[in-house]
Design a protein around this ligand. Structure first.
Ligand code: CP
Length: 309
């Protein structure tokens, strides 16, 4: 059986193109499974997975949980807000206590960049990063590229612009790595204050004019402004941001070609994207969410096959 080159999924940076293609091929098979009347397979019947969420989540948490249940894994769910973390317990103590209950894999979202790597170097269980602060969100990037491949036939050679709050976005960084490994051209677009200074080192194009960026691309991935990570003001107001970087139906209709619209969600309707764009045929936002389950099934299945018994 083909296997991943990594023992944990900490970031897309660590994956090879072959790893990503293997995840997609495996996700294709699982997508077929989850569209059957009986959506459950016994693939992970002997595996126990802990979902540790130290930061809010809707899609990622539910998607991992469904992926695990569809493969018959035993699961335990942990939310920091209702845990003994509130009494001062450290991350490593929390995780080691959970692992002593014979857990094989940990899916973790954490506000600190590097938290997933830190854990992967200290525990025996397989670690899957479900988003670590402003660093990486690898399964989001995998499901995003998988959705581009599904809609456009392949990722190779496609032009993808990521628009918005690049500096605070783990989705942007993971997408840049993933798209480039698959042969896409990547551009970022947003106000200068929301584009990191090191961006050129990543080999991406930079454009500050949304209209020009849209004219260049095949796919536009619209990001939310992450106000919860902004302790200073990066632009005058959301209204002004929206006037310069909000995507409207009129802008799309004025383009010479039809482009694909993506969003990792949650959406702030009327800020980075208007409702008529988000709900249009050009948007693949709900396909991204659907594909998230199949892609996460593939990641968990491939990592679980590396567990030594
Ligand atoms: N896309 C994403 O990570 O959404 P959640 O924060 O709801 O998990």
């Amino acid at each position: 059986m083909d296997s991943l080159s990594v023992e944990h999924l900490v970031g897309i940076k660590d994956l090879t193109k072959k790893d990503i293609e293997l995840i997609f091929k495996t996700a294709d098979a699982f997508k077929e499974v989850i569209n059957r009347p009986i959506k459950k397979v016994p693939s992970l019947r002997d595996i126990t997975i802990a979902n540790l969420f130290f930061e809010n989540s809707t899609r990622t948490r539910l998607s991992f949980e469904l992926a695990e249940k569809r493969m018959s894994a035993d699961i335990v769910n942990f939310s920091a807000a209702s845990s003994s973390v509130k009494k001062g317990e450290t991350l490593i103590d929390t995780v080691n206590n959970i692992l002593s209950m014979k857990v094989d894999m940990v899916v973790m979202r954490h506000p600190n960049p590097g938290a997933a790597k830190f854990l992967s170097e200290r525990v025996d269980a397989k670690v899957v990063n479900a988003g670590d602060g402003t660093h990486e969100h690898p399964t989001q990037a995998l499901l995003d590229s998988y959705s581009v491949r599904e809609r456009l036939g392949s990722v190779e050679g496609k032009k993808v612009v990521i628009v918005g709050d690049i500096i605070h976005s783990r989705v942007a960084l993971s997408n840049i790595y993933c798209l480039q490994k698959l042969g896409a051209e990547v551009m970022v677009c947003g106000p200068t204050t929301l584009i990191p200074k090191y961006i050129h080192e990543l080999g991406v194009k930079v454009e500050y004019d949304l209209k020009k960026a849209l004219e260049w691309c095949d796919v536009a991935n619209m990001l939310r402004i992450q106000l919860e990570r902004q302790d200073i003001k990066y632009f005058p107001s959301l209204r002004e941001y929206s006037m310069q970087y909000g995507l409207t139906k009129e802008m799309l209709d004025n383009l010479p070609k039809e482009i694909v619209i993506m969003h990792p969600c949650p959406i702030n309707r009327g800020v980075e994207i208007t409702s008529d764009v988000a709900d249009s045929e050009q948007a693949i936002i709900l396909d991204q969410v659907e594909n998230g389950v199949a892609v996460r099934m593939a990641v968990i299945y491939l990592l679980a096959s590396k567990i030594k018994r």
